[in-house]
Structure formats: structure tokens, C-alpha cells
Write a protein of this length. Structure first.
Ligand SMILES: [Mg+2]
Length: 284
């Protein structure tokens, strides 16, 4: 049910955790927002730093929550990392500390996963690494393998609080080797720019929506995207004054952004709906 023939010249990169869902629960309004995007043919990608799951796993999870999406809508740091490595060194080898999403993505990009003398040590999240793997990785890095992080998130929210994130594991390898990792996930322009290109849109036509200042909003600001901070995840409006950069707009959740888009029938980007007014309702 597209309302005219030409596709809209604006689109969204949407973080998942804290924007679409919290733990196993969908955040009210996320389904309505995504439904409208699909209904109007507005391009979007879900952007996650979590490299644990494959695209298919992510779609299965979102479908269970009632979101109607396809694999093409999902862009993970695992995919961004595999694509980046394939450009840097086609047909290379990697020692992987990570899980299915990362292994699958590397294989798709013709990478061999090896235990000896790899071109790269690639680190993602997972629950299965042990100190033997860390020790092996340290030896490889000191032997000349390049250290690649899918992301540097220090921790990840769980139903029970927090678990250590990929960044915590990477820090252990950096400390042990004295070698700095190259990170591909948000806010790295490597992932942000690749995702924008997938939308087929220009910088100014792209809006990043997220709940984390250090990744979603920082990445969006650095690339010149429009930025929307949602307060449905890890950031409170009280947190904002301590950052040197700020999102263009702060909303409670995707439900509020959907209300904003309703005003103009989803035909123009939200920042035009605002009519040039700055919506900075919180004390920034
Ligand atoms: Mg998030």
C-alpha cells in the first residue's frame, strides 16, 4: 500500500536493544513504527553491534516479538567486520573468539577460520571463550596477527543487569599484548557508512535512531546523519549534559517518533515535520 510510485528519499538506521526491545519484551510502539516504514516503502536497517547472532537468528527473534521483517533489514557488526576484512585482505584467515553470527559472516565472505598463524584475530561476543583461547590469541597477535574487534561495547544489558561486552574481552587482549584493536562496529564509520550505503541514501537523507550516546549517537553525529535518541533504553535525559555532542531530538520511544511522523502522513522526514524547530525538550 504505497501512497505514490517514487520511494521516499529518507530512511532510518535503527539500533535494536533498547529501541525495539528490552530483554524479551518488545517496546510498545516499535511494531507500529516498523509497520509504517514497510507500508510506505521507507528504507531502513536494524543496526546491532552484537555479533553473536546471524541475520536469520535476529529475524526469528524479532518475528517472535511481532515485528514483520526480513533478513535484508538486519545489519550486524559481524557482517560489517566480515565485509571489511574481505576488502582489506580477500580470502584471508581468522582466529575467532566469538559465535555463530561471526563465524557465518566470515565464511560468507570467503574467510577460513583457523587455529594457527591467522591473518587476523577477530573478537566478538559469546559465552564460550576460555583462557586457553585468550592465551592462543595473545600468542598470535604477538606473532603478527592483526587484532580486530567487532565492537568495543564495555557491557551489554541482560535481564539480570549487565554482562561483560566484547570491549571488555578486547581490553584484556590489548593489555596483554600492548596492541590496540581496530574496531568495526558502531560508532566506527566502517559500519555506519556501510549501513547507510545499504539504504541507498545520502548522508543527509539518513537518520540514526538509538538509545546509546557512545555508539549510536556519536556515530551518527560523526557521519553527519540526523540523530534521534530514544529514552526507552540505557540513557536517561539527566545523562545528556555530560556529553560534548548531542542528538538532534530526544523522544521517549519509537511510539513518540511515530506520532511525529503521523502528522505529515509519513511523507517527509521527521526533521521537516518539525518545521525547522529544534526539539530539545530535555535540558541539554
Ligand atoms: Mg541499544
Amino acid at each position: 500500500m504505497h501512497h505514490n510510485g517514487t520511494p521516499p528519499r529518507f530512511g532510518f538506521l535503527i539500533d535494536m536493544d533498547g529501541v525495539l526491545y528490552r530483554g524479551p519484551e518488545i517496546i510498545p510502539g516499535a511494531d507500529r513504527f516498523v509497520h509504517h516504514l514497510r507500508d510506505r516503502g521507507i528504507p531502513f536497517r536494524f543496526l546491532t553491534n552484537n555479533s553473536q547472532r546471524t541475520r536469520r537468528d535476529v529475524v526469528a527473534r524479532l518475528t517472535r516479538m511481532g515485528l514483520d521483517v526480513e533478513e535484508e533489514h538486519v545489519f550486524t557488526s559481524a557482517m560489517a567486520t566480515a565485509r571489511f576484512l574481505a576488502q582489506q585482505k580477500p580470502g584471508g584467515t581468522a582466529y575467532v573468539i566469538g559465535e555463530g553470527g561471526l563465524l557465518t559472516a566470515l565464511h560468507q565472505y570467503e574467510y577460513a577460520v583457523v587455529d594457527h598463524d591467522p591473518d587476523y584475530v577477530v573478537v566478538g561476543e559469546g559465552r564460550t571463550f576460555n583462557l586457553e583461547m585468550v592465551e592462543a590469541a595473545v600468542r598470535m597477535i604477538l606473532g603478527g596477527a592483526k587484532l580486530i574487534a567487532t565492537n568495543l561495547d564495555p557491557n551489554c544489558p541482560t535481564q539480570n543487569g549487565l554482562r561483560p561486552g566484547c570491549g571488555a574481552l578486547v581490553a584484556m587482549l590489548e593489555t596483554a599484548t600492548g596492541v590496540k584493536a581496530f574496531s568495526v562496529g558502531k560508532p566506527s564509520p566502517v559500519m555506519m557508512r556501510a549501513a547507510r550505503k545499504e539504504l541507498g541514501l545520502s548522508t543527509d537523507e539518513t537518520t540514526m535512531i538509538g538509545d546509546t550516546m557512545e555508539t549510536d549517537i556519536l556515530g551518527g553525529v560523526q557521519l553527519g546523519f540526523h540523530t534521534v535518541l530514544v529514552l526507552s533504553g540505557g540513557t536517561r535525559s539527566d545523562d545528556l549534559p555530560r556529553y560534548a555532542y548531542r542528538p538532534e531530538i530526544v523522544v521517549e520511544s519509537l511510539a513518540e517518533l511515530a506520532d511525529l511522523m503521523d502528522r505529515n502522513g509519513w511523507r517527509t522526514p521527521w526533521h521537516q515535520v518539525m518545521n525547522g524547530r529544534t526539539v530539545q525538550r530535555s535540558a541539554v
